[in-house]
Design a protein around this ligand. Structure first.
Ligand SMILES: [Zn+2]
Length: 346
Protein backbone atom coordinates (compact mmCIF):
# COMPACT_ATOMS: atom_id res chain seq x y z
CA UNK A 1 0.00 0.00 0.00
CA UNK A 2 1.38 3.40 -0.97
CA UNK A 3 1.17 6.60 1.04
CA UNK A 4 -1.01 8.37 -1.51
CA UNK A 5 -3.64 5.64 -1.56
CA UNK A 6 -7.06 6.82 -0.52
CA UNK A 7 -8.39 4.53 2.16
CA UNK A 8 -10.93 6.75 3.88
CA UNK A 9 -14.19 7.27 2.02
CA UNK A 10 -14.58 10.67 3.66
CA UNK A 11 -11.56 11.87 1.74
CA UNK A 12 -13.20 11.14 -1.60
CA UNK A 13 -13.44 14.34 -3.61
CA UNK A 14 -17.06 15.52 -3.66
CA UNK A 15 -17.40 15.13 -7.43
CA UNK A 16 -16.83 11.38 -7.18
CA UNK A 17 -20.00 9.39 -7.58
CA UNK A 18 -20.24 5.71 -8.25
CA UNK A 19 -23.87 5.89 -9.34
CA UNK A 20 -26.51 8.42 -10.26
CA UNK A 21 -29.59 8.68 -8.06
CA UNK A 22 -33.02 8.81 -9.65
CA UNK A 23 -36.36 9.29 -7.92
CA UNK A 24 -38.80 6.60 -9.08
CA UNK A 25 -41.58 7.33 -6.57
CA UNK A 26 -42.12 9.24 -3.36
CA UNK A 27 -39.34 8.10 -1.08
CA UNK A 28 -38.19 5.51 -3.63
CA UNK A 29 -34.83 5.96 -5.31
CA UNK A 30 -32.80 3.98 -7.83
CA UNK A 31 -29.00 4.13 -7.68
CA UNK A 32 -27.98 3.51 -11.29
CA UNK A 33 -24.37 2.36 -11.52
CA UNK A 34 -21.97 4.70 -13.31
CA UNK A 35 -18.76 3.00 -12.30
CA UNK A 36 -17.02 -0.36 -11.99
CA UNK A 37 -16.78 0.51 -8.28
CA UNK A 38 -20.59 0.15 -8.04
CA UNK A 39 -20.99 -2.35 -10.91
CA UNK A 40 -24.70 -2.91 -10.32
CA UNK A 41 -27.82 -0.90 -9.56
CA UNK A 42 -29.37 -0.65 -6.12
CA UNK A 43 -32.51 0.76 -4.52
CA UNK A 44 -33.19 3.04 -1.57
CA UNK A 45 -36.66 2.85 0.00
CA UNK A 46 -37.84 5.28 2.70
CA UNK A 47 -39.83 3.30 5.26
CA UNK A 48 -40.64 6.27 7.51
CA UNK A 49 -38.48 5.47 10.50
CA UNK A 50 -35.58 4.12 8.48
CA UNK A 51 -34.37 3.27 5.00
CA UNK A 52 -33.99 -0.08 3.26
CA UNK A 53 -31.25 -0.77 0.73
CA UNK A 54 -32.04 -3.24 -2.02
CA UNK A 55 -28.62 -4.63 -2.97
CA UNK A 56 -25.25 -3.36 -1.88
CA UNK A 57 -22.99 -2.95 -4.96
CA UNK A 58 -19.56 -4.51 -5.46
CA UNK A 59 -17.33 -2.33 -3.26
CA UNK A 60 -17.27 -0.87 0.22
CA UNK A 61 -16.77 2.55 -1.44
CA UNK A 62 -20.06 2.36 -3.36
CA UNK A 63 -21.92 0.80 -0.44
CA UNK A 64 -20.77 3.58 1.85
CA UNK A 65 -21.90 6.16 -0.68
CA UNK A 66 -25.23 4.31 -0.95
CA UNK A 67 -25.66 4.40 2.84
CA UNK A 68 -24.85 8.11 2.99
CA UNK A 69 -27.18 8.84 0.05
CA UNK A 70 -29.99 6.92 1.78
CA UNK A 71 -29.51 8.90 4.99
CA UNK A 72 -29.42 12.16 3.05
CA UNK A 73 -32.49 11.38 0.92
CA UNK A 74 -34.71 9.82 3.59
CA UNK A 75 -33.45 11.79 6.63
CA UNK A 76 -33.30 8.47 8.45
CA UNK A 77 -30.60 5.87 9.04
CA UNK A 78 -30.40 2.67 7.01
CA UNK A 79 -32.31 0.03 8.96
CA UNK A 80 -32.29 -2.94 6.57
CA UNK A 81 -30.33 -4.16 3.58
CA UNK A 82 -31.20 -6.90 1.10
CA UNK A 83 -29.10 -9.06 -1.20
CA UNK A 84 -31.18 -10.02 -4.24
CA UNK A 85 -28.88 -12.89 -5.28
CA UNK A 86 -25.36 -14.15 -4.60
CA UNK A 87 -23.36 -12.44 -7.37
CA UNK A 88 -20.36 -10.42 -6.13
CA UNK A 89 -21.45 -7.18 -7.83
CA UNK A 90 -24.59 -7.17 -5.67
CA UNK A 91 -23.31 -8.46 -2.32
CA UNK A 92 -19.70 -7.43 -1.68
CA UNK A 93 -20.59 -3.91 -0.50
CA UNK A 94 -22.67 -5.37 2.34
CA UNK A 95 -19.65 -5.72 4.61
CA UNK A 96 -19.31 -1.92 4.65
CA UNK A 97 -22.71 -1.47 6.31
CA UNK A 98 -22.88 -1.27 10.10
CA UNK A 99 -23.25 -4.70 11.71
CA UNK A 100 -26.40 -3.42 13.40
CA UNK A 101 -28.12 -3.24 9.99
CA UNK A 102 -29.62 -6.68 9.36
CA UNK A 103 -28.94 -8.17 5.94
CA UNK A 104 -31.79 -10.14 4.32
CA UNK A 105 -31.80 -12.67 1.47
CA UNK A 106 -33.50 -15.89 0.48
CA UNK A 107 -32.28 -18.94 2.35
CA UNK A 108 -30.75 -20.39 -0.81
CA UNK A 109 -28.99 -17.13 -1.67
CA UNK A 110 -27.39 -17.18 1.79
CA UNK A 111 -26.09 -20.70 1.05
CA UNK A 112 -24.82 -19.58 -2.37
CA UNK A 113 -23.03 -16.55 -0.91
CA UNK A 114 -21.36 -18.82 1.65
CA UNK A 115 -20.40 -21.36 -1.05
CA UNK A 116 -19.19 -18.98 -3.77
CA UNK A 117 -18.07 -15.63 -2.41
CA UNK A 118 -14.86 -16.72 -0.58
CA UNK A 119 -13.51 -18.15 -3.86
CA UNK A 120 -14.53 -15.08 -5.81
CA UNK A 121 -12.80 -12.84 -3.28
CA UNK A 122 -9.59 -14.89 -3.64
CA UNK A 123 -9.77 -14.57 -7.43
CA UNK A 124 -10.50 -10.85 -7.34
CA UNK A 125 -7.57 -10.20 -4.97
CA UNK A 126 -5.23 -11.67 -7.58
CA UNK A 127 -5.89 -8.57 -9.70
CA UNK A 128 -4.00 -6.39 -7.19
CA UNK A 129 -0.46 -6.96 -8.46
CA UNK A 130 -1.57 -6.18 -12.01
CA UNK A 131 -3.23 -2.91 -10.90
CA UNK A 132 -0.14 -2.03 -8.83
CA UNK A 133 2.00 -2.45 -11.93
CA UNK A 134 -0.43 -0.42 -14.06
CA UNK A 135 -0.33 2.34 -11.45
CA UNK A 136 3.47 2.51 -11.52
CA UNK A 137 3.44 2.71 -15.32
CA UNK A 138 0.67 5.34 -15.35
CA UNK A 139 2.56 7.43 -12.81
CA UNK A 140 5.70 7.27 -15.00
CA UNK A 141 3.66 8.38 -18.03
CA UNK A 142 2.12 11.23 -16.01
CA UNK A 143 5.57 12.50 -15.04
CA UNK A 144 6.38 12.90 -18.75
CA UNK A 145 3.10 14.59 -19.74
CA UNK A 146 2.75 18.36 -20.08
CA UNK A 147 -0.57 18.75 -21.95
CA UNK A 148 -3.15 19.72 -19.29
CA UNK A 149 -6.06 17.73 -20.82
CA UNK A 150 -3.96 14.61 -21.22
CA UNK A 151 -2.69 15.00 -17.63
CA UNK A 152 -6.23 15.38 -16.29
CA UNK A 153 -7.45 12.29 -18.17
CA UNK A 154 -4.54 10.22 -16.91
CA UNK A 155 -4.97 11.51 -13.35
CA UNK A 156 -8.60 10.33 -13.43
CA UNK A 157 -7.44 6.95 -14.68
CA UNK A 158 -4.90 6.76 -11.85
CA UNK A 159 -7.55 7.75 -9.30
CA UNK A 160 -9.86 4.99 -10.52
CA UNK A 161 -7.05 2.44 -10.16
CA UNK A 162 -6.45 3.63 -6.59
CA UNK A 163 -10.15 3.13 -5.84
CA UNK A 164 -10.05 -0.34 -7.38
CA UNK A 165 -7.03 -1.27 -5.27
CA UNK A 166 -8.72 0.13 -2.18
CA UNK A 167 -11.84 -1.91 -2.96
CA UNK A 168 -9.81 -5.09 -3.52
CA UNK A 169 -7.94 -4.52 -0.25
CA UNK A 170 -11.26 -4.34 1.60
CA UNK A 171 -13.11 -7.36 0.26
CA UNK A 172 -14.94 -9.20 3.02
CA UNK A 173 -17.84 -11.61 2.88
CA UNK A 174 -20.90 -10.73 4.90
CA UNK A 175 -23.57 -13.41 5.30
CA UNK A 176 -27.25 -12.44 5.56
CA UNK A 177 -28.68 -12.40 9.10
CA UNK A 178 -32.25 -13.10 8.13
CA UNK A 179 -33.69 -15.28 5.36
CA UNK A 180 -37.02 -15.99 3.70
CA UNK A 181 -38.27 -18.74 1.40
CA UNK A 182 -41.10 -17.26 -0.70
CA UNK A 183 -41.90 -13.79 0.51
CA UNK A 184 -41.21 -11.42 3.33
CA UNK A 185 -42.69 -8.07 4.29
CA UNK A 186 -40.55 -5.41 5.95
CA UNK A 187 -42.61 -2.85 7.84
CA UNK A 188 -41.58 0.69 8.62
CA UNK A 189 -43.65 3.39 10.30
CA UNK A 190 -44.98 4.69 6.97
CA UNK A 191 -44.41 1.98 4.39
CA UNK A 192 -44.02 -1.76 3.98
CA UNK A 193 -42.03 -3.39 1.21
CA UNK A 194 -42.48 -6.89 -0.13
CA UNK A 195 -39.53 -9.11 -0.92
CA UNK A 196 -40.56 -11.90 -3.25
CA UNK A 197 -38.85 -14.85 -4.88
CA UNK A 198 -40.26 -16.97 -7.68
CA UNK A 199 -37.28 -19.32 -7.58
CA UNK A 200 -34.17 -18.89 -9.70
CA UNK A 201 -33.72 -17.79 -13.32
CA UNK A 202 -30.62 -15.60 -13.39
CA UNK A 203 -29.11 -17.62 -10.52
CA UNK A 204 -30.50 -20.53 -8.53
CA UNK A 205 -32.34 -18.02 -6.33
CA UNK A 206 -33.38 -14.49 -7.28
CA UNK A 207 -35.36 -12.07 -5.12
CA UNK A 208 -37.18 -8.93 -6.21
CA UNK A 209 -38.57 -5.97 -4.28
CA UNK A 210 -42.17 -5.01 -4.94
CA UNK A 211 -44.03 -1.87 -3.88
CA UNK A 212 -47.63 -2.81 -4.63
CA UNK A 213 -49.24 0.61 -4.05
CA UNK A 214 -46.77 2.39 -6.33
CA UNK A 215 -46.38 -0.61 -8.71
CA UNK A 216 -42.61 -0.22 -8.59
CA UNK A 217 -40.58 -3.38 -9.12
CA UNK A 218 -36.86 -3.76 -8.44
CA UNK A 219 -35.92 -6.88 -10.40
CA UNK A 220 -32.17 -7.01 -9.72
CA UNK A 221 -30.56 -9.15 -12.46
CA UNK A 222 -33.76 -10.74 -13.69
CA UNK A 223 -33.59 -7.71 -16.00
CA UNK A 224 -30.54 -6.19 -17.71
CA UNK A 225 -31.81 -3.14 -19.63
CA UNK A 226 -30.01 -2.39 -22.91
CA UNK A 227 -27.29 -4.92 -22.05
CA UNK A 228 -27.03 -8.63 -22.74
CA UNK A 229 -27.91 -10.44 -19.49
CA UNK A 230 -25.49 -12.88 -17.87
CA UNK A 231 -27.25 -16.23 -18.15
CA UNK A 232 -24.37 -18.60 -17.44
CA UNK A 233 -25.36 -19.26 -13.81
CA UNK A 234 -29.02 -19.44 -14.60
CA UNK A 235 -31.85 -21.56 -15.92
CA UNK A 236 -33.38 -20.08 -19.10
CA UNK A 237 -36.65 -22.04 -18.81
CA UNK A 238 -37.15 -20.95 -15.23
CA UNK A 239 -36.22 -17.36 -16.14
CA UNK A 240 -38.97 -17.35 -18.80
CA UNK A 241 -41.49 -18.62 -16.25
CA UNK A 242 -40.41 -16.01 -13.69
CA UNK A 243 -40.85 -13.18 -16.23
CA UNK A 244 -44.51 -14.15 -16.50
CA UNK A 245 -44.78 -14.06 -12.70
CA UNK A 246 -43.20 -10.60 -12.64
CA UNK A 247 -45.40 -9.31 -15.49
CA UNK A 248 -48.47 -10.60 -13.62
CA UNK A 249 -47.65 -8.07 -10.88
CA UNK A 250 -48.34 -5.40 -13.56
CA UNK A 251 -45.44 -3.08 -12.68
CA UNK A 252 -45.50 0.53 -13.88
CA UNK A 253 -41.80 1.12 -13.20
CA UNK A 254 -39.10 -1.55 -13.36
CA UNK A 255 -35.64 -0.91 -11.93
CA UNK A 256 -33.22 -3.42 -13.48
CA UNK A 257 -30.03 -4.79 -11.95
CA UNK A 258 -27.99 -3.26 -14.78
CA UNK A 259 -28.82 -0.41 -17.16
CA UNK A 260 -31.30 2.45 -16.99
CA UNK A 261 -34.79 2.43 -15.45
CA UNK A 262 -37.26 0.41 -17.51
CA UNK A 263 -40.90 -0.57 -17.83
CA UNK A 264 -42.75 -3.85 -18.21
CA UNK A 265 -41.97 -3.69 -21.95
CA UNK A 266 -38.26 -4.35 -21.43
CA UNK A 267 -39.12 -7.20 -19.08
CA UNK A 268 -41.49 -8.67 -21.69
CA UNK A 269 -38.75 -8.36 -24.34
CA UNK A 270 -36.80 -11.05 -22.48
CA UNK A 271 -39.46 -13.49 -23.66
CA UNK A 272 -38.08 -13.13 -27.18
CA UNK A 273 -34.44 -12.70 -26.06
CA UNK A 274 -34.08 -15.85 -23.94
CA UNK A 275 -35.34 -18.23 -26.69
CA UNK A 276 -32.61 -16.83 -28.97
CA UNK A 277 -29.99 -17.77 -26.38
CA UNK A 278 -31.56 -21.21 -26.08
CA UNK A 279 -31.53 -21.61 -29.89
CA UNK A 280 -27.83 -20.70 -30.00
CA UNK A 281 -27.15 -23.36 -27.34
CA UNK A 282 -29.12 -26.00 -29.29
CA UNK A 283 -27.28 -25.10 -32.52
CA UNK A 284 -23.88 -25.46 -30.87
CA UNK A 285 -24.80 -28.75 -29.21
CA UNK A 286 -25.82 -30.08 -32.64
CA UNK A 287 -22.40 -29.27 -34.13
CA UNK A 288 -19.82 -32.05 -34.17
CA UNK A 289 -17.30 -31.61 -31.38
CA UNK A 290 -13.98 -30.15 -32.54
CA UNK A 291 -11.02 -32.53 -32.82
CA UNK A 292 -9.17 -30.88 -29.97
CA UNK A 293 -11.81 -30.24 -27.32
CA UNK A 294 -9.27 -29.08 -24.77
CA UNK A 295 -8.26 -26.09 -26.88
CA UNK A 296 -11.79 -25.32 -28.05
CA UNK A 297 -12.89 -21.78 -27.26
CA UNK A 298 -16.64 -22.17 -27.63
CA UNK A 299 -17.16 -18.40 -27.79
CA UNK A 300 -15.27 -18.35 -31.12
CA UNK A 301 -18.05 -20.51 -32.63
CA UNK A 302 -20.91 -18.23 -31.50
CA UNK A 303 -22.27 -15.12 -33.17
CA UNK A 304 -24.81 -12.67 -31.78
CA UNK A 305 -28.14 -12.81 -33.68
CA UNK A 306 -28.63 -9.77 -35.93
CA UNK A 307 -31.75 -8.69 -34.01
CA UNK A 308 -29.73 -8.29 -30.81
CA UNK A 309 -26.96 -6.10 -32.27
CA UNK A 310 -28.20 -2.98 -30.44
CA UNK A 311 -27.52 -4.44 -27.01
CA UNK A 312 -24.29 -3.63 -25.18
CA UNK A 313 -21.95 -6.24 -23.77
CA UNK A 314 -21.79 -8.66 -26.70
CA UNK A 315 -19.25 -10.78 -24.82
CA UNK A 316 -21.95 -11.53 -22.21
CA UNK A 317 -24.02 -13.23 -24.92
CA UNK A 318 -21.00 -15.27 -26.01
CA UNK A 319 -20.04 -16.20 -22.45
CA UNK A 320 -23.64 -17.05 -21.48
CA UNK A 321 -24.12 -19.37 -24.46
CA UNK A 322 -20.68 -20.94 -23.90
CA UNK A 323 -21.46 -21.54 -20.21
CA UNK A 324 -24.85 -23.10 -20.98
CA UNK A 325 -23.29 -25.33 -23.68
CA UNK A 326 -20.50 -26.41 -21.33
CA UNK A 327 -23.03 -27.23 -18.63
CA UNK A 328 -25.24 -29.19 -21.04
CA UNK A 329 -22.22 -31.22 -22.26
CA UNK A 330 -21.24 -31.98 -18.66
CA UNK A 331 -24.76 -33.21 -17.94
CA UNK A 332 -24.92 -35.52 -20.95
CA UNK A 333 -24.99 -39.21 -20.05
CA UNK A 334 -21.57 -40.74 -19.56
CA UNK A 335 -20.50 -43.48 -21.99
CA UNK A 336 -21.37 -47.06 -21.05
CA UNK A 337 -18.90 -48.83 -18.82
CA UNK A 338 -17.68 -50.92 -21.77
CA UNK A 339 -16.72 -47.74 -23.64
CA UNK A 340 -15.17 -46.02 -20.68
CA UNK A 341 -11.39 -45.84 -20.30
CA UNK A 342 -9.91 -48.27 -17.77
CA UNK A 343 -10.45 -47.14 -14.21
CA UNK A 344 -7.16 -46.85 -12.40
CA UNK A 345 -8.92 -46.82 -9.05
CA UNK A 346 -7.98 -43.26 -8.05
ZN1 LIG B 1 -26.25 -11.21 -11.18
Amino acid sequence: MTDNMITDVDRLPPEVNFFSLETVGEGVFAAISDSPLAASNAGIIALGDGALLFDTCISHLAADELRRAATHLTHTPVRYAVNSHWHPDHVLGASALPGSVPLISTGHTRELIDANIPGRIRTMRQQRSQIDQELREAQRRLDGLTDPDARRALQEEIQLKHYRLDALNNLTMRLPNSTFERQMAVYGSERAVELLTFGGGHTASDAVLWLADERILFTADLLFNGIHPWMGDGDPDEWLRIIDDLLALDPAVVVPGHGPIATADELAALKTYIPQVQAAVVDLLAEPLPDDEADDDITMRISVPAGLADLEGEELFLRSVAALVTRALAQQPQPDADDAPPNDGK
